[in-house]
Ligand binder design. Structure first.
Ligand SMILES: [Zn+2]
Length: 249
């Protein structure tokens, strides 16, 4: 497959998983099943095949429901496009990877994106997302080197222990006020994905970006001092940055 064809495939894959991500992000907080056809949330019209094409359906329908003409939030195509961009960025910055570890790295970054969006909207992180990230991360690590060895096991273990001990300590000390228990599990899964060194660097980025954003929110008056800002999205963004620059470190 030519390079262009590979990029094209990844864009399609990204749009499709982004579209599925919309289903997860919309239905899980409401406790709805992720099975079953999507429908308009106003008039309940079941969406046909032509209304389910990522981004294009939105454009062709002028951002409106076909039946009741209610405006569809541009959040949906935005998440689809964002997923595709992140997938392409992962592919371009990880050219040395074989196909199988590449797929699991992309699935891992997909879970990071889902967790970031979910946590930003609800201040919660579903355990099933973190568990999926952890499993994809382990498969990525193992398939990357071919045969598992003791060094890899140590790297994953130390990578996991850093955030678990650090966040666990903060959580215990503050009785869950500074950090949520979901962040501890998320940190552990990121540790498995990035290993010891990568995890430290991702935490550095998470805290730096988190501090800048918190400051910007306070200065602009959008958040008060002492307001709770979800930390999970920053952990996820920090991990994504390490994935994009990882091979260059
Ligand atoms: Zn409708």
């Amino acid at each position: 497959m030519s390079y262009q064809a590979q990029i094209f495939t990844i864009i399609i894959f990204g749009l499709a998983l982004g579209s599925f991500g919309n289903v997860l992000l919309y239905r899980i907080p409401k406790g709805e099943s992720i099975k079953g056809r999507s429908k308009c949330c106003i008039c309940n019209k079941i969406l046909g095949c032509l209304e389910l094409i990522p981004v294009f359906s939105f454009l062709f329908q002028g951002g409106k429901c076909k039946k009741c003409k209610t405006k569809i939030s541009c959040r949906y195509p935005a998440i689809e496009i964002l997923t595709a961009i992140i997938f392409v960025a992962t592919f371009i910055t990880n050219q040395t990877l074989e196909i199988v570890p590449l797929i699991f790295l992309i699935l891992s970054i997909y879970m990071l994106l889902m967790i970031a969006l979910y946590d930003a909207a609800t201040q919660k992180i579903p355990d099933v997302f973190t568990a999926a990230l952890f499993i994809f991360a382990l498969i990525f690590q193992i398939t990357k080197i071919g045969i598992p060895n003791l060094n890899l096991a140590k790297d994953i273990l130390y990578g996991m222990l850093v955030p678990i001990i650090f966040f666990g300590g903060m959580w215990t000390f503050s009785r869950g006020r500074w950090i949520g228990s979901g962040d501890i599990f998320l940190g552990g899964a990121i540790g498995a994905l990035l290993g010891f060194q990568g995890t430290l660097i991702s935490l550095f980025f998470a805290y730096t970006i988190g501090a800048v954003v918190a400051l910007a929110l306070i200065i602009s008056g959008k958040a008060k001092r002492g307001a709770v800002i979800a930390f999970g999205p920053f952990l996820c963004v920090g991990a994504m940055i390490v994935i994009f620059i990882g091979s260059k470190l």
